[in-house]
Design a protein around this ligand. Structure first.
Ligand code: ADP
Length: 425
């Protein structure tokens, strides 16, 4: 009996103990449930399943947001990498934290993680960085960097920004100004060339006019000779100004091109009627071979100008050759796809070192020689511009003492090609 009583008591105690442990567990469980509910902004005491559902939703939202942030971060990098100006971001301790692709082209390899002093090869830019560090103010200046073996010019800016209380970044932005610099140089060269070109005939005109004014004008021959010089120098100036205006109109696109189907034979015929008497005068034998229709798509007057400049050069420069035969041959022929206009001469030829610059404005192989024939140094620039407008290619070969051949290669007009193809079916 006693044993049974003790047994029942122990069982009751174990049961109570169990209940107590269970109660304790539940309390801890509901305490944590409440904590979870508070942390996700729900009321305490809500059913666990409800809390679970809310928690799951919150976690999903959070995951979505992390994915979104990562996508945005990647987008920012893609945008920065696609900006063609170099952008380099540097920490206050001088370590580069980011460089876009363009930035990597202007710095030493492995730019990210290295000190800016190690990767940037420009003393002035580093000085600007030092100054931005000291003053916390935007710095700007012009710098030059060696990029792939050539010098490029940049407008550099260093923008200090504060990210939070302890960290700051220095954004180096470089804007490539090489093209502007080159254009500026060309513009200055152009002005200096034009002034020089105009000054020479003007000085001459002024000198001879002054001499005439000081003279008693009794020597008619002398007066006539001086007036002749004044006349030819003014004609030279007029030619120069006309060529300049023409070139400017052509290059600015102001010149209107009236594109039609043009027969190069007729172009050549027109040019020869102008140049033949001059060639005869100069003792240059001018022959041509341009049989039958040679059709191109172009502007008749501009093509006459192109051919005239080339044939006129050939006659003029051949005429001043001191010895040997003086011959100019003009021809046009066609290939499967092209129509070719060609002018060959037995003139003095063009030295190899000068050939690269031949189409530059005002470039002359021999200033005295060009002056002698009344050249302006603009003829071939005009030829080049007109050829470009016609989508035509210019080729030339020349050998000093033997002569020069210029070739302008036109695409055949579509219609002509189609007709020919049809005919061959
Ligand atoms: P220019 O008005 O001086 O003739 P161009 O632009 O027409 O100027 O030609 C540039 C230079 O190229 C000339 O000064 C001349 O030295 C050279 N040149 C052009 N055509 C010939 C040629 N057929 N034979 C020899 N030299 C030539």
């Amino acid at each position: 009996m006693v044993v049974a009583l003790v047994g029942a008591t122990v069982a009751a105690l174990v049961f109570v103990g169990f209940l107590f442990v269970e109660w304790k567990k539940r309390r801890v469980y509901s305490k944590y449930m409440d904590k979870i509910a508070i942390s996700i902004g729900e009321e305490t005491g809500a059913p666990p399943l409800y809390i679970y559902e809310r928690l799951r939703k919150k976690l999903n939202e959070l995951e979505q947001r992390v994915i979104e942030t990562e996508r945005e971060r990647r987008n920012v990098f893609t945008i920065l990498n696609n900006i063609t100006d170099p952008i380099i971001i540097v920490r206050g301790d001088g370590v580069v934290t980011f460089s876009n692709i363009a930035g990597r082209d202007v710095t030493r390899p492995g730019v990210e993680g290295r000190k800016v002093y190690e990767v940037v090869e420009n003393y002035h830019l580093l000085e600007m960085f030092e100054k931005a560090l000291q003053t916390g103010e935007l710095q700007s200046g012009d710098i030059s960097l060696a990029v792939n073996g050539e010098t490029r010019y940049y407008d550099a800016k260093i923008v200090p920004i504060k990210l939070d209380q302890e960290s700051e970044r220095y954004i180096i932005v470089l804007h490539d100004t090489t093209k502007e610099k080159q254009l500026d140089k060309l513009r200055r060269e152009f002005i200096s060339n034009v002034s020089h070109e105009l000054r020479t005939p003007l000085t001459s005109i002024h000198g001879y006019a002054e001499a005439l004014l000081d003279d008693d004008l009794s020597n008619k021959d002398l007066v006539r000779r001086f007036l002749g010089i004044i006349e030819s120098e003014s004609a030279r100036m007029t030619r120069l100004i006309n060529d300049l205006l023409d070139l400017e109109k052509l290059e600015s696109g102001e010149a209107k091109f009236n594109f039609t189907i043009v027969d190069m034979y007729q172009v050549v015929e027109r040019v020869l009627s102008i140049v033949k008497p001059i060639a005869d005068d100069y003792g240059v034998q001018l022959t041509w071979a341009c049989e039958g229709e040679k059709l191109v798509h172009g502007d008749f007057d501009r093509l006459v100008q192109l051919v005239l400049n080339l044939v006129d050069n050939a006659v003029k420069y051949t005429s001043i050759k001191e010895s040997g035969e003086k011959k100019v041959i003009v021809s046009c022929y066609e290939t499967e796809e092209k129509v070719v206009f060609q002018v060959s001469d037995t003139g003095p030829g063009i030295p190899e070192e000068a050939q690269r610059r031949l189409f530059e404005r005002f470039y002359r192989v021999d200033k005295a020689r060009s002056r002698k024939v009344g050249g302006t140094g603009l003829g071939l620039s005009i030829v080049k511009t007109i050829a470009e407008k016609h989508d035509a290619k210019i080729e030339f070969e020349s050998k000093v003492g033997e002569g020069t051949t210029f070739r302008v290669i036109f695409n055949k007009p579509k219609l002509v090609k189609e007709e020919r193809d049809d005919a061959s079916i």
